[in-house]
Write a protein that binds this ligand. Structure first.
Ligand code: ZN
Length: 435
């Protein structure tokens, strides 16, 4: 088509002019979305679509470091299509997809395949996480270098769901990823202290319910070992879903020592306690388990002072038939993408502990930086990718699991009154959610 053709000379604008949103706590301003990036609002064409955002908060699109998409292998629980729809509904523009699919993402081909599926069917950027070990077996390193050099450009590696228990293998993995600035994301669970049947915080509740206990030291002990290995190898460690006060203490010590360690907390560990298990509802079975009120207070404090760097969902959809078992036999995991920001608003923003700038940091820019994603977690500024989430800071609703866009229904917030913050999401200038 020539530049003078009617179709290009007529301004068929896709300009979206967002008016008056509070830019992550920096005060109200206008934003112009054009051709996938933020442009100068003063240049908006007269026929721009105008979005009234007065009273709303604008956040950079959220980035989830810890999502289980279940594709390939368990498309009855979630697919890239439904998982990224849930992500967009929750204000996310990128998700890092855990490797424990079937087959496991432990080769360059598998990572590239997921990247392609994400590009074809996703409503958020899908970033494959590579396995640390072949088949998650914890014995031999997976194709870390090939995955890093593949089009997927994998930088995060994790056997999540399983701990890399062998200290020597963990050391080798940390040494290996250093060459390309990768990071090992560890599911910290000493299998000799908290085996596969461990499903309840070890304490008074596990004793009362007769459920196999998962002691706090099984997490903190592995984290203590791993920060030592990160120091030895001068490599990057990321600790998944921190759940205990003891782990927070280890992280605080390691960070003071200058070790390259980052950590995440899930929304459910910020709000729910082990007391949820008193009804034996498998919806509340998660790994690591829900902990005590003291642990909840400790992880909140750690998120506030930066000892815990980010909030990550551990979105873990499960088909009904995998959850509808006796508590000990049910699959562990909870939905998280659609409600993560709601829980952070409830636990951290409303009490005045975190401001919107910190929310942007802990749910967008720092997760993007940990994963070395250049096009995500960027400031809301001219020339940057138009990844944007509009938030209503006052709206609340009763969570209804039937209304979820996820394929699964294992929603721990069902029936609970929570903030309902996400109004609209744009990913690279494309509207991916709006109500
Ligand atoms: Zn995990």
């Amino acid at each position: 088509m020539s530049p003078t053709s009617p179709l290009t000379s007529t301004p068929t604008t896709t300009d979206v002019l967002v008016l008056g949103a509070d830019l992550a706590g920096a005060g109200p301003a206008n934003l112009l979305i054009r051709d996938g990036v933020f442009a100068d609002p003063a240049d908006a064409r007269p026929d721009a679509v105008r979005v009234d955002a007065y009273g709303l908060v604008a956040l950079p699109g959220l980035v989830d470091l810890h999502t289980h998409l279940r594709e390939p292998g368990r498309e009855d629980a979630e697919t890239v299509t439904t998982g990224t729809a849930a992500a967009a509904r929750g204000g996310y523009t990128a998700v890092l997809a855990m490797a424990n699919t079937s087959p496991v993402t432990d080769t360059a081909e598998a990572a590239e395949h997921l990247l392609d599926v994400g590009r074809a069917t996703g409503t958020a950027q899908v970033v494959p996480i590579g396995a640390v070990s072949k088949g998650l077996a914890g014995e031999e390193l997976a194709e870390l270098g090939l995955m890093a050099r593949s089009p997927a450009q994998t930088r995060v590696f994790s056997d999540d769901g399983r701990c890399v228990a062998d200290a020597r293998l963990m050391r080798r993995a940390l040494e290996y990823v250093r060459a390309f600035d990768g990071v090992i994301a560890q599911h910290a669970q000493d299998p000799r202290l908290a085996g596969p049947d461990a499903c309840c915080d070890e304490g008074p509740v596990s004793g009362r319910l007769g459920l196999p206990g998962w002691p706090a030291v099984a997490e903190a002990g592995i984290v203590a070992r791993d920060v030592g290995l990160a120091e030895l190898t001068r490599s990057r460690l990321h600790v998944c879903h921190v759940s205990t006060a003891e782990t927070v203490d280890v992280l605080r010590w390691a960070k003071a020592r200058g070790i390259a360690v980052t950590a995440e907390v899930t929304p459910h560990h910020l709000l729910l306690t082990v007391d949820e298990l008193l009804g034996y509802d498998p919806t509340f079975k998660v790994n690591p388990p829900l902990r005590s009120a003291e642990d909840v207070a400790a992880v909140r404090e750690a998120l506030t002072d930066g000892t815990i760097d980010v909030v990550a969902t551990d979105h873990a959809p499960h088909a009904r038939h995998d959850k509808e078992h006796a508590f000990v036999d049910a699959a562990p995991g909870m939905l998280g993408l659609e409600t993560a920001l709601a829980v952070v608003v409830e636990t951290m923003v409303r009490p005045g502990t975190l401001g919107w700038r910190e929310v942007a940091t802990r749910m967008s820019s720092v997760p993007a930086h940990i994963a070395r994603l250049g096009g995500q977690g960027r400031p809301l500024a001219v020339g940057e990718p138009a990844n944007l989430t509009l938030v209503d800071p006052t709206r609340r609703a009763t969570v209804d699991r039937a209304a979820s866009v996820s394929l699964s229904r294992n929603n721990p917030w069902h029936g609970r009154d929570l903030p309902d913050p996400v109004v609209a999401t744009w990913w690279a200038g494309r509207a991916t959610y709006g109500r």
